[in-house]
Design a protein around this ligand. Structure first.
Ligand code: FES
Ligand code: FES
Length: 169
């Protein structure tokens, strides 16, 4: 028999988001993305496809990039949730965000929260990623504006490689 969830017991779900504990009174199966955006008001994480195909909704759960559109909030309870609003407080996230600014990666911007979250997780795990590592680590994040060349260059710069002129690429 399945375990009874806090919600089924009438208890709020306790989340730790960007280091801060918060309780939310929502159904256990509500997607984490909905909770972040509509309940808590952290709208930096974006909705794209809703079915784990585009990466726009990427957050970290215990440092692992995760698609919040298909993650029930109950699965995030007890784990460290990091969103785009908090990633700059991590060493890898800070380097990635600076490289994104330096190389002007962003075009329309819609996919970029997810891109930065995936790139930060990649850099935290692999301090010197190869092109193949970047392609693998970023393969789940779609950019309709086609900023892939600059994303790759920015990850390399954040990893300490010499800056590459990519503005406008
Ligand atoms: S909105 Fe979650 S992967 Fe597209
Ligand atoms: S910057 Fe426009 S979708 Fe990626």
């Amino acid at each position: 028999m399945a375990a009874i969830t806090p919600r089924e017991r009438g208890e709020p779900v306790e989340l730790t988001i960007n280091g801060r504990k918060q309780q939310v009174d929502v159904p256990a199966d509500m997607p984490l993305l909905w909770v972040l955006r509509d309940v808590i008001g952290l709208t930096g994480t974006k909705f794209g496809c809703g079915v784990a195909l585009c990466g726009a909704c990427t957050v970290h759960l215990d440092g692992i990039p995760s698609r919040s559109c298909v993650t029930p909030v109950s699965a995030a309870a007890g784990r460290a949730i990091t969103t785009i609003e908090g990633i700059g407080a991590t060493a890898a996230g800070k380097k990635i965000q600076q490289a994104w600014l330096d190389l002007e990666v962003v075009q329309c911007g819609y996919c970029q929260s997810g891109q930065i979250m995936s790139a930060s997780a990649l850099l935290a795990k692999n301090a010197n990623p190869s092109d193949a590592d970047i392609d693998t680590g970023m393969s789940g994040n779609i950019c309709r504006c086609g900023t892939y060349t600059r994303i790759r260059a920015a990850i390399k710069q954040a990893a300490g490689a010499p800056a590459i002129a990519t503005k406008g690429a």
